[in-house]
Design a protein around this ligand. Structure first.
Ligand code: NAD
Ligand code: MG
Length: 399
């Protein structure tokens, strides 16, 4: 049995991962679970899976969980600090890692597993977006096996030849006859909403995605389509794609999860229910298809498939991300950091929905697009962008 660590175990992707484990007993032994504050959910996971190790990033949660485990006589050991966690991820207790912490908070742990050459199931797109070439170079250096979990990138991966699948991060797309990657997105809950009503959109409205059930941050990113922008950058790095090889296509039904167009005019699409257990089962199965629990898509109960080009006046965040993608590493690091601050502020009702894109644009305008040579430099740029975003909110935006 392969030893699995789930980073972000109590979240939406964490729950889907655990569900795939339940559907396939005997495939993985869960040795490490990591989360932030959700003590009750983590305790329930410990009761069910008795992982050898658990880590909570919040100190209070660490103490509470330790107490609960002790009272229940459960053997899972709660780690003391991040250093212990990073060591464990690099050691023999872990073969494969589901990287599903949300946001930049997942970068260090994911990179620790990459550096140690583990098998990486990558859901945490922000880690790749913020570190780009540094991340891909670390994968190349260690020989880590990188599997895309994000449904679009998983779909693209499935539509590529084995040669391209085996050179993730350094794909020669034209060499294998690929002309374009078609990245599909539903357009989120506001595809038809009059633009004049955008400034009064509430967090509760924005979180309600029409097709997917996901964590709060990615749900807001889907409503602004920053999510598709982050995925555009993610695709650039995973598949070594240039601007002419990437196109965003609105497909409101979320049945086609993305497509690859070849030079002979063939288009290969991956389809299925909008259920993350399907791409998760694909990566966890490795060479073999396994049960996902995601069900089978019913072609006879679906009215139509439709497609449209994205309208950037409706989705300014998507345009910002596409522009930042080829400007240099600083731009995508700043874009990601400013967006995280903006989304958190919107969820706390400190700024309006329309101010998310405005804020990201203003923070991007504060800096150039120079390259970033080290993780330390990257974290400095990230921190500065967050500071700038926080100051702009305080000064100009507070609702
Ligand atoms: P979520 O908010 O539901 O869960 C986030 C998880 O991360 C939780 O377990 C939380 O405890 C943990 N976490 C947060 N901060 C942490 C920290 N500092 N240290 C340790 N753990 C921490 O989010 P989600 O929807 O599951 O998304 C997770 C990631 O997967 C995101 O990067 C998202 O973009 C990506 N993703 C999600 C989906 C989806 O359908 N939910 C699809 C594709 C990609
Ligand atoms: Mg996605």
């Amino acid at each position: 049995m392969k030893k699995l660590a789930i980073l972000g175990a109590t979240g939406s992707i964490g729950a889907s991962t655990v569900s795939v484990c339940r559907s396939n007993p005997g495939l993985y032994e869960i040795t490490l679970l990591v989360a932030s504050t959700s003590v009750d959910k983590m305790f329930a996971l410990c009761q069910e899976f008795t992982p050898r190790y658990v880590a909570m990033s919040c100190n209070r949660a660490t103490l509470q969980l330790r107490e609960l485990l002790k009272n229940a006589n459960l053997p899972s050991q709660v780690l003391d600090n991040e250093q212990e966690l990073l060591q464990l991820l690099a050691g023999e207790e872990v073969d494969a890692v589901m990287a599903a912490i949300v946001g930049a908070a997942g970068l260090k742990t994911t990179l620790a597993a990459v550096d140690a050459g583990k098998e990486i199931f990558l859901a945490n797109k922000e880690a790749l977006v913020m570190s780009g070439a540094l991340f891909i170079n670390a994968v190349k250096k260690s020989g880590a096996k990188l599997w895309p979990v994000d449904s679009e990138h998983n779909a693209i991966y499935q539509a590529l030849s084995p040669r391209l699948q085996n050179t993730i991060g350094a794909c020669d797309l034209p060499g294998e006859g690929v002309s374009k990657i078609l990245l599909t997105g539903s357009g989120g809950p506001f595809l038809e909403k009059p633009l004049a009503e955008f400034s009064s959109i509430t967090p509760a409205q924005a979180i309600k995605h029409p097709n997917w059930s996901m964590g709060n941050k990615i749900s807001i990113d889907s409503a602004t389509m920053m999510n598709k922008g982050l995925e555009y950058i993610e695709a650039r790095w995973l598949f070594n794609a240039d601007k002419a090889q990437l196109q965003v296509v609105i497909h409101p039904q979320s049945v086609i999860h993305s497509m690859v167009q070849y030079k002979d005019g063939s288009v290969i699409a991956q389809m299925g229910n909008p259920d993350m257990r399907i791409p998760i089962a694909y990566v966890m199965g490795g060479e073999q298809r396994i049960e996902s629990g995601g069900g089978f898509f019913d072609f006879f109960s679906t009215a139509n498939f439709s497609f449209a080009e994205p309208d950037f006046t409706r989705y300014p965040c998507l345009k910002l991300a596409i522009d930042a993608c080829f400007e240099g590493q600083q731009s995508t690091t700043i874009l990601n950091a400013a967006n995280e601050v903006a989304v958190a502020a919107f969820l706390q009702k400190k700024i309006k929905f329309t101010q998310i894109g405005q804020l990201v644009e203003r923070v991007l305008n504060c800096a150039g697009g120079a390259s970033i040579e080290s993780i330390e430099h990257l974290l400095e740029i990230d921190a500065l962008a967050r500071l700038n975003a926080g100051e702009i909110i305080k000064r100009d935006y507070l609702c």
